[in-house]
Structure formats: C-alpha cells, structure tokens
Ligand binder design. Sequence first.
Ligand SMILES: Nc1ncnc2c1ncn2[C@@H]1O[C@H](COP(=O)(O)OP(=O)(O)OP(=O)(O)O)[C@@H](O)[C@H]1O
Ligand SMILES: [Mg+2]
Length: 318
Amino acid sequence: MNRQHVLNCSFSSWYSNFVERTIESEVIKLPQSFVNYLLEDGIYLPLSKAELAEQNIHRELSSKRPSFPDLQAKVEKVINQLGGAVFPKLNWSAPRDASWIVCGNSLKCNTFNDIILLLKSSNFISHDLTKPFELCNEAEQGGQVQYELVLRRWIEIPPSMEFRVFVANQDVIAISQRDCQSFFPCVPPLEDDITFEIINFHDRYIAGTFKERHYAVDVFRKDKAEFLILDFNPFNEVTDSLLFTWNELYRMRDNDEECQFRCIREEAGVQPSPYLAYSMPSDFLDLSTGADANKLVDFLKMEVQRQDDCCSSDDDAR
Ligand SMILES: Nc1ncnc2c1ncn2[C@@H]1O[C@H](COP(=O)(O)OP(=O)(O)OP(=O)(O)O)[C@@H](O)[C@H]1O
Ligand SMILES: [Mg+2]
C-alpha cells in the first residue's frame, strides 16, 4: 500500500466529490496544540470559556488544563449549523471503541466536551494520530499530516441497512452486511435486490469519481435503491473484511470473480463483537493494574466537571 492510497481515503479527500451522496458534514482543521493534547496521557477536559475567564481573574490559580476557545467556538457553531447533534471522527476513524464511556453508549454528540471525551478515550483515534500509514513501506511512514475534526450531521442509521462494498479495478466484487454481530431477518430475502441496487449505485456515482481503483466503500440503504455513502476505506488489511477474509477478497480480485453478497442468515451465525479487544482504553487498563491512580482521579474530576456543565446548561435552558 502506498501513502497516497491512505490519503485518498481520508475524509476531506473524498467528501467534496460526493457531497450530494453522503451525509452533510463540516471539517475543522486541528491546531497542533490540540493534537498534542489528544496524544497526552490521562483524561482531562480543556477549560471552558467561562472557566478561562475566571482563571484570568484569579491568576494565582494555576491549572494544567489547556484551553482551546477558538476551536470550541468553531465546534459549537458547526454543531448548531448541523442541527444540534453530530457524529465526530478524525481524518480516517471515528472513536467507535470509546462509545461506552458516554451516556447512551453512542457517538451522538451535542457539546464540545462530548466530542473531547470520546476522542481522548479512543484507541482508534490514537491510531489515526500515531500510525496512519502503518501498512505502508518504511519510507512512506513519516511526514506531516494536517489533522482534521470531521463533524457529520447525526442521522439514525438502522444497522440492518448498512453494507461494506469491496471494489477492485472499479468493479464491485463483494458486499458484506456491516454489523456482523446481528442477524437481521429482513436482509436475506432482499439479497438479490440489494446486490443489484448497490452495483448500480456504485457504477453510476462512485466508479471513476473516487480517486482509487481498489477500495471498500460503506453505504447505507436509506430506501429502496436509495443509498448514502458513509465512508471509504483502503482495500487491504487495515480495513475490516467483515464476513469475508482478505485472502478470499484478493482471490476474487485476481480471478475476476462475480460479485458475492454475504449476510448472516440465522441467529447461530452471529459473530463475537469485533471491539471486545478495544472496549477498554489503555489508560483504564493502566488503572486496573494499579499502574497510575492519578488517572482515576483525573477521570473522576472530569466526570464531575461534565455533570456540572450539564447542570449549568440545563439551568441556562430554563
Ligand atoms: N452521521 C452519522 N450519524 C449517525 N451514525 C453515523 C453517522 N456516520 C456514521 N455513523 C455510524 O457509525 C459507524 C462508523 O462510522 P465510520 O465508518 O465513519 O467510522 P470508521 O471509524 O471509519 O469505521 P471503520 O474503521 O470501520 O471504517 C457507521 O457504520 C454508522 O453506523
Ligand atoms: Mg472508515
């Protein structure tokens, strides 16, 4: 894999070409100071605007908590603009492994702090920040990346209607149900329809417009023959092959085989959660071994602060 392949799958590389076929989103460039804050150990939230003002009054109070008032203002403006609830991700990944940390176990964010808490707790986000070119050859691993926060309008997506589409030489070669942990009785009877519709959608709107010839594209079937593009991913092992294996996919690509559709066809076919190994951030693993009790203190302080923020925004709303 070369570096350009990874870069072409980053959100801002493809969004403008597919704006009509995907979810409305905004991209905010991240300052290096914020990237450094995300990379720091421990979980503590930045100072809010009000706290910053207070601290300026009481200069003697020093805090290790940073503050990003400009970024916060931009994020709050975008949240408003996108209807009050957003789905956050960085250039490639969403903090899916951290959703357990927030109320409601979802990536639906209403505030700047909701977003920070998810980004700070996620190993998937750390991976974007530290090893985005992991499978590229050595010479292509270094180099600067402009990190971006992507905020997407929140929409409810029924997991039964999400599919990962594997494309080789600009042809759809395989389609997998995206959520491999569930059996959806409505899907198997639609197999032929969905395959036909996805191939049509891909050939009409994606082939030739996406900058690569091999890729995996995630789609949401909104309605009969109506799709939204959710994401593009590299055509190799950095991407989860779901109900296929990469060996099968490479073979299908090399032999020019006909497109295959796979879904779970009975309750017994359900796979274990792919996030089992990720659901605990490494900070918390440190805690469980007693390696760093200060992290727990930081976390509890942050949770109290978050609850205070929630209460004061409830008060404001009254
Ligand atoms: N705007 C949105 N509103 C609500 N849910 C969303 C939105 N965008 C994506 N999702 C949900 O979040 C899931 C993960 O999103 P996305 O594919 O962008 O993350 P990712 O980190 O790139 O995942 P992967 O590593 O598998 O490629 C999607 O499968 C979809 O169920
Ligand atoms: Mg992705």
